[in-house]
Design a binder for this molecule. Structure first.
Ligand code: ADQ
Length: 452
């Protein structure tokens, strides 16, 4: 069986999802080590653990500033999350992005063998497929975008948008999280690139090359995650939360500290809820777990300060000697501990302003007690809302909507909680990360047949 070749940017939320897929296929993971060095050397370090070989290169400080902190995280990330107000357009960082993708192609091309399937992940590496083609690699190459693809009207604000979009068409298969992001991409291809599109099969043809674009909603590793529930670590975490909240209802949010996750807006919604139901301040505790991320990017420092200020304000207004309504925790926890916290929390608040998918929503459902499940409040702008339509769906920009959803969740009878949970757990369990990987890799092999 051909080995799988994976490539991804610095490890993040999606690393866990991919490891399982690589393990099964004797795969090789290639990417940035996360380390900075003075000058780029192109030296590759490899390490094999549990059947997965990891090959990484270090990047120079200049490359990290331009490519990672600059173009990937201060240009593409905000733009693709519909935040034109935060997107920075700098030629220098754009050049850094292209330079580093070329470096990656240089380093990984010699590691690719004839039968290998190459799977490139995410916005850090959009041009990598096209760069590999220029190195003579004609293997099957697929690309998966973990974040949204923005509407054409937003995407065209990116200088050289056409150059970036055209590189996408060098992949054999392009995967998006949802139909909506797929449709935005197809719309761009039709109206800006004048590509020929067969919407039924997802085939896009331009300049004699054909690629297939489809939606593949990512799932969680359900089996592994649910087994964590039996560990002492999960039970202790659950106990810890329950005993510290006593008879109050615990409501939980777990996110990377990122402006796309809608955290200040969530606190505005909670504040509105307490304004409208002051008596509930004694009955409800909100726990927000949000470890800092991307701290070298300015907009991330701002969000941290804003959140601290808003949490402080609610607590200043509503605290009593024996009660603090908002607990804001600035650190990460293990998945086992998160399982325990999710199980103890009767309401899960997942309210991103925009999110490719959002795995926290699926983990919250997976951690519930089937006999007494909690209620998921979910943003309609998260990719996950398509599959989890039985959550209480909200507009995360509206404090009134969030407040109303909290009141609905608190009052929801057991029978309705169970009915909603039963529908949602089915998709979380069945559409897991293993079936996501198998589906993508199957289509990649079929999509490629015509070309190879
Ligand atoms: P992320 O933006 O990182 O990922 P998400 O899907 O919510 O977002 O989370 C990924 C993982 O990180 C989850 O397993 C979660 O438990 C963990 N995590 C998040 N916050 C945490 C915290 N405070 N402490 C500990 N762990 C935490 C990107 C896209 C998403 C998409 C994923 C996968 O932005 O839309 O769902 O990739 O494709």
């Amino acid at each position: 069986m051909p080995k799988a070749r994976g490539a991804a940017g610095a490890q993040g939320g999606l690393a866990g999802a991919l490891n399982a897929a690589l393990k099964e296929r004797d795969g090789l993971w290639f990417g940035w080590s996360g380390e900075e060095i003075d000058e780029h050397t192109g030296e590759i370090s490899t390490q094999t653990t549990d059947g997965v070989t990891t090959a990484t290169i270090d990047l120079s400080k200049r490359d990290v500033d331009g490519y990672y902190n600059g173009y990937a995280n201060a240009t593409l990330w905000p733009l693709f999350h519909f935040r034109l107000d935060l997107a920075k357009y700098e030629r220098e960082t754009g050049k850094g992005y292209e330079r580093v993708n070329e470096r990656f192609a240089d380093c990984v091309a010699p590691l690719i063998e004839d039968d290998d399937v190459v799977w490139v992940h995410d916005y850090h590496l959009i041009p990598l497929g096209e760069r590999l083609r220029s190195h003579g690699i004609d293997n099957r190459i697929g690309f998966f975008l973990h974040i949204p693809w923005p509407a054409t009207r937003l995407f065209v604000s990116l200088p050289f948008h056409e150059r970036l979009a055209r590189t996408m068409l060098h992949y054999d298969l392009i995967g998006f999280q949802t139909q909506e992001w797929l449709e935005s991409f197809v719309h761009y291809c039709i109206h800006e690139l004048r590509a020929e599109v067969d919407e039924d099969s997802g085939r896009i043809t331009l300049d004699g090359r054909t690629t297939t674009a489809r939606a593949y909603p990512i799932g969680i590793d359900y089996e592994h995650f649910s087994q964590l529930g039996d560990t002492g670590e999960a039970r202790q975490a659950q106990q810890r939360l329950m005993s510290s909240t006593r008879r109050r209802v615990a409501m939980i949010g777990v996110d990377r500290l990122d402006y796309s996750k809608g955290l200040p807006e969530r606190l505005d919604g909670i504040s509105r809820f307490f304004d409208q139901h002051p008596e509930k301040a004694r009955e409800l505790v909100f726990i927000q777990i949000a470890p800092p991320s991307r701290e070298d990017v300015e907009s991330y420092q701002k969000i941290r300060a804003e959140l601290e200020q808003k949490a402080g304000q609610i607590n200043g207004e509503r605290s009593e000697v024996d009660l603090v309504p908002v607990r804001y925790v600035n650190r990460g926890y293990s998945h086992a501990e998160l399982f325990g916290f999710f199980r103890a929390a009767k309401i899960g608040l997942v309210t991103p302003l925009r999110d490719g998918m959002n795995l926290v929503a699926k983990e919250y459902i997976a951690a519930q007690d089937p006999e007494d499940p909690g209620v998921l409040i979910l943003s309609r702008f998260a990719g996950a809302a398509d599959q989890l339509a039985d959550a209480v769906l909200v507009n995360p920009h509206s404090p009134d909507d969030i407040s109303h959803a909290i009141a609905t969740a608190l009052a929801m009878p057991l029978a309705e909680r169970k009915a909603r949970y039963e529908k949602m757990i089915r998709t979380v369990r069945d559409d897991d990360v293993q079936s996501w990987t198998a589906g993508f890799l199957h289509d990649l092999s079929v999509a490629a047949k015509d070309l190879h």
